[in-house]
Design a protein around this ligand. Structure first.
Ligand SMILES: Cc1ncc(COP(=O)(O)O)c(C=O)c1O
Length: 337
């Protein structure tokens, strides 16, 4: 596979640890659950965007950009990590943040990721809910060029074929860890939203002919729509890494059973999953992505989708900064013991 000769900036803490969650595994009475600590990639509290941004910022610098522009929801983890990556690379950062109101929490517009965006020095342009984000990016690019800047546009979630290379790299890292630790990987489960993480993993595992199946648990989009996006992106990514034709539609599995009422809206099973993992493993998940993905993994385990001696890797894609803007959703009566 071809990854080494592509433009890339080295700012992630790699390899991230692969840890066996022994207490959780025995509590769930199912397979061995491992966690791939991509919440510990670095860049202003870490998360999955760090790996993508190594390649995206690498390309921005190669193209001579002086400004990066990206977009997302107000509490976007991707926006916060882009702001941090831009700071590290000495680039100006403009964030177009859509002010959706999934929850009525007084910290939603000022705390969590937004606070970090400001501390990191990003210029925040607030957009009304429902704004066409593609059009807003185009307008912003035009205005920046008019003013003499050289912008580089990063799509929502950093999810194009360049960003997805970060998760090809993660697939390679997992296969190496599996060999060095002597742990066979039977399944990978993670949160999926804008397709880049899953596309990169699928392309990477396919390029390595590892046969490791991946299930993405959707944070918002219906499975059919998201699967189509992941497939297209995985095919493009496989071409870039020199493994054309290696990705098939059957490799793309998206589970949308755990979205609940919508993107960013809490569910009881997400709250239960976040609290259970925190209280058994001292590990923090987030309410928008990894909490719902863990709820999905727990449902798969209780549906006996795995053998008891299987090794299942849950990729912790980060998001804990967002947790700090969701305090009120955890304000519920203690569960009966
Ligand atoms: C914490 C976290 N996990 C998972 C995802 C989903 O990753 P992707 O957008 O690559 O599907 C995101 C992205 O938005 C995220 O912020």
């Amino acid at each position: 596979m071809r990854l080494d000769d592509l433009p890339r900036i080295d700012f992630a803490h790699l390899p991230t640890p692969l840890e066996h969650l022994t207490a959780l595994s025995s509590l769930l009475g199912g397979p061995n659950v491992f966690v791939k600590r991509d919440d510990a990639t670095g860049l202003a509290t870490g998360g999955n965007k760090t790996r993508k941004l190594e390649f995206l910022i690498g390309e921005a610098i190669e193209r001579g950009a002086d400004t990066v522009v990206t977009t997302g929801a107000m509490q976007s983890n991707h926006a916060r990590q882009t702001a941090a990556a831009a700071s590290r690379a000495g680039l100006r950062c403009v964030l177009l943040l859509e002010n959706r109101h999934p929850i009525a929490d007084s910290t939603y517009e000022v705390g969590g990721n937004v606070l970090l965006d400001r501390i990191l020095g990003a210029e925040i342009i607030e957009l009304a809910e429902g704004t066409d984000l593609f059009e807003a990016m185009d307008i912003c690019e035009h205005q920046l060029r008019e003013s003499g800047a050289e912008p580089y546009l990063i799509p929502i979630g950093g999810s194009n074929a360049v960003g997805a290379l970060g998760y090809v790299d993660c697939a390679v890292e997992l296969v190496e860890q599996s060999e060095s630790l002597g742990v066979r990987i039977d399944h990978v489960v993670h949160a999926t939203a804008s397709a880049g993480t899953q596309a990169g993993l699928v392309a990477g595992f396919a390029g390595l002919e590892s046969g490791i199946p991946v299930t993405g648990v959707s944070a918002g989009m219906p499975a059919d729509d998201l699967s189509a996006l992941v497939f297209d992106l995985a095919v493009k990514t496989a071409e870039i890494i020199g493994a054309p034709g290696s990705v098939t539609r059957e490799m793309i599995v998206v589970d949308d059973d755990h979205v609940g009422p919508g993107y960013g809206l809490p569910t009881t099973e997400m709250l239960d999953a976040v609290e259970l993992v925190a209280r058994t493993e001292g590990l923090l998940l987030d309410p928008v992505y990894t909490g719902k993905a863990m709820a999905g993994l727990m449902a798969m385990i209780s549906d006996e989708r795995f053998d008891p001696d299987d090794n299942v890797v849950f990729i912790h894609t980060g998001g804990v900064a967002g947790l700090m803007a969701y305090g009120s959703v955890f304000d519920r009566p203690p569960s009966p013991s």
